[in-house]
Ligand binder design. Structure first.
Ligand SMILES: Nc1ncnc2c1ncn2[C@@H]1O[C@H](COP(=O)(O)OP(=O)(O)OP(=O)(O)O)[C@@H](O)[C@H]1O
Length: 279
């Protein structure tokens, strides 16, 4: 199931990825033999125990870490470093500059790129801000926005550059449960409205099932691909349902108790075989 199959033209792919860190005590292998493909509009969630290398994979896709072996390709091109085709949306959306209005924050990456005229930058930013429903707060400052609005502004800032992939590393980890649920909902609304391609890292199984259209499960350190599970038919209405609880339990067993998961029913395994067989 870890072999790369026949998904038509993925937006990006990771193939047999190995990631190492140099430390004073020698090389630490963080990730070994991880492969997945992400199609346009898919939301792939990396899920695994603490220290299995989720953040490292995301950083490598962002271009901040060079693979020790294997490949990362965006639209078929090998990743050689950070690029405008990938945007990292950081925890708590603190990449918004507090001294700039929402409009100016969204215009900022285009101004830096310097390829468009002032008028084009203004027009394009307004269009994206309308798309994410922030047209009424164009001239407000980030600290006056709700958490959901901040998230929309941070995502608008990513979308305005036409990035192919949004990368989010535990964006809700530091939040209280209510805010977290609200922001998960906002992210899903936006994903449905706009259809961006997302690589998302979490160690919450329930969050992974809700946010992802697919889960990519990783073994404990050093992280290796265990399997991929299609979760595209789960949504917010499933919160608290028996089916979500059952899948959460099965995912938990695959991650932490693989022998037990082989002995229980084959529900989870049947899903990737039937619907996500391309990974
Ligand atoms: N800069 C670094 N130098 C050396 N080792 C590192 C470095 N960053 C991460 N590691 C090691 O690489 C492994 C993977 O770390 P990583 O942060 O990617 O895991 P993770 O799955 O995101 O963890 P968590 O869920 O706890 O955030 C860990 O063993 C970690 O100690």
């Amino acid at each position: 199931m870890s072999a790369i199959g026949s998904l038509p033209s993925p937006v990006f792919e990771v193939e047999r990825l190995v990631l190492d860190y140099q430390t004073p005590k020698g090389i630490v292998r963080a990730v070994e033999d991880v492969s997945f493909r992400v199609g346009k509009g898919e939301r792939l969630v990396l899920l695994g125990p603490s220290g299995c290398g989720k953040s490292s994979i995301l950083k490598a896709v962002a271009g901040f870490i060079e693979p020790a072996a294997g490949h990362i390709r965006i639209q078929g091109k090998e990743v050689k470093g950070p690029g405008p085709d990938r945007i990292v949306v950081f925890q708590e959306f603190d990449q918004l500059l507090p001294w700039k209005t929402v409009r100016r924050n969204v215009e900022f990456p285009l101004r830096i790129a310097g390829r468009l005229s002032k008028a084009e930058i203004r027009e394009r930013s307004e269009r994206v801000l309308r798309k994410v429903g922030l047209e009424r707060v164009l001239d407000s400052y980030p600290h006056t926005l709700s958490g959901g609005m901040k998230q929309r502004a941070a995502i608008a800032r990513a979308l305005v550059t036409d990035a192919d992939v949004l990368l989010m590393d535990e964006p809700f980890a530091a939040l209280d449960a209510l805010t977290r649920t609200q922001l998960q909902g906002e992210l899903l609304d936006l994903a449905e409205e706009i259809g961006f391609t997302l690589l998302f890292v979490t160690h919450s199984i329930e969050e992974a099932i809700l946010i992802g259209t697919r889960l990519h499960l990783l073994s404990p350190h050093p992280g290796r691909t265990i399997t991929t599970i299609d979760t595209s038919d789960f949504n917010r209405k499933d919160v608290g349902s028996a089916r979500l609880e059952r899948l959460s339990r099965e995912v938990h067993d695959l991650l932490f108790n693989p022998t037990a998961s082989k002995e229980t029913d084959n529900h989870v395994r049947a899903v990737p075989d039937r619907r996500a067989a391309h990974i």
